[in-house]
Design a protein around this ligand. Structure first.
Ligand SMILES: Cc1ncc(COP(=O)(O)O)c(C=O)c1O
Length: 387
């Protein structure tokens, strides 16, 4: 009880930098244009349950617009399994709204919008925010979903060196209708953290929108697991996270201003034209949030990280629970991975195109639930195998 009260006192997250006021102003105008044309779509009260009959706003309806043909999504004690339709049709359930509200409160933002995956969130958001007249500046090691979002947007894309703030700055000097800077927060294959404080400052100077993918940052870094950005006291304009990693469920979200999520509700095609996140996943993620906030699991994770990194010594690159062991040659990497597998270690070989040519690697990830003794043994075995 006392511990919970202390956590509540410490949990005063007052973000300092919030660049969205200027950079997302165009969305207000775009939404007003949609509204004047009678095309603005806004969420109505959510649906309670799924199935042939649903409840909305206290009234029961015969559900005539779901794709739940066999009526298998309906509510059991744990809530509906699937949404049965896009959120815009009849797939917008109380489970979605409850999780969105809890995530918004946790991050101190106005609004959160759930997506069915992190891939869908990045592709949908980037292609909804920029187009052919715009400029995107993207870190060379960004995740494939960011790269694909940039391609789909047809914006001019400048790929700059990993974590090279000066290169971001220089690339943003080009004229464009809108500018977007996009980066992973904690890089999934490299275990490096983006310089989000410096990048937020660069974005502010160039009036660029700032999109940070915290797929691997939330739950791992920052006060109460709020990620790499919160650690730097930054709230990016587009703050993306996934539910399939530290949350142990599946799905993803974008956090930010309400105008941003309203725009994505209308224009992110991977959201509009896709079945809503499974309510069962939303319920699972909601159960994980207090654990992330409380922090003991994250502390246990970092204690385990120290054990593995100590055992690996200089063979371990990056920082935190993502530990790349770069081998270089793909065949040798696969051979080492197989050898470790024989000895009881599951350490998948990562090869191009997931990582750049010549940098095939073992990507080791630490969990809070690992036994330290096993991590120490794993570190010794990996060192021996890699040489
Ligand atoms: C940095 C990053 N962004 C996005 C994704 C995609 O997330 P999801 O697996 O939920 O599609 C991943 C996961 O592979 C990732 O590592």
């Amino acid at each position: 009880m006392v511990r919970r009260a202390t956590a509540a006192i410490l949990d005063r997250w007052r973000p300092r930098r919030y660049t969205a006021a200027v950079t997302l102003r165009w969305i207000d105008e775009a939404l007003a244009t949609l509204s004047r044309a009678g095309l603005l779509r806004e969420p109505s009260p959510p649906i309670v349950a799924a199935g042939p009959y649903v409840e909305r706003g206290g009234r029961r309806y015969l559900n005539l617009c779901s794709n739940d043909y066999l009526s298998l999504a309906r509510r059991d004690a744990r809530g509906p399994a699937g949404a049965g339709a896009s959120r815009l049709i009849v797939g917008d359930t109380v489970e979605h709204r409850t999780l969105e509200g809890a995530l918004a409160e946790w991050l101190g933002v106005e609004s959160v919008l759930l997506f069915s995956s992190g891939y869908a969130a990045n592709v949908g958001a980037i292609s909804a925010l920029v187009g052919p007249e715009d400029l995107v500046v993207s870190d060379a090691l960004n995740h494939a979903s960011i790269i694909d979002g940039c391609r789909l947007s047809r914006a001019r894309v400048e790929v700059v060196g990993h974590r090279d703030v000066a290169a971001f700055d220089a690339a943003l000097a080009r004229p464009a209708r809108r500018k977007l800077v996009v980066t992973d927060g904690y890089f999934s294959m490299d275990g490096t953290r983006a310089p989000v404080g410096a990048l937020a400052e660069v974005c502010r100077r160039h009036e660029a929108m700032f999109h940070v993918d915290e797929a691997h940052g939330f739950g791992v870094w920052g006060p109460h697991g709020r990620g790499v950005c919160a650690e730097a006291n930054v709230v990016p304009d587009i703050w993306m996270g996934t539910l399939g990693k530290a949350f142990g469920a599946s799905g993803a979200f974008i956090a930010g201003r309400r105008s941003l999520t309203t725009w994505l509700w209308n224009r992110a095609r991977s959201f509009v034209f896709s079945t809503g996140l499974a309510p069962a996943s939303a319920t699972a993620a909601l159960a994980a949030l207090p654990v992330i906030r409380e922090g003991a699991q994250t502390a246990a994770l970092h204690a385990n990280v120290r054990v593995l990194r100590d055992a690996l010594g200089s063979r371990a690159d990056g920082e935190g629970p993502i530990v790349p062991i770069v081998i270089g040659d793909p065949a040798r990497t696969v051979a080492i991975s197989r050898e470790l597998f024989e000895r009881g270690l599951f350490a998948q070989a990562i090869r191009p195109p997931t990582v750049p040519a010549g940098t095939s690697r073992l990507r080791i990830t630490v969990q809070a639930g690992h036994e330290p003794v096993d991590l120490a043994r794993a570190g010794a075995l990996i060192k021996e195998a890699v040489g």
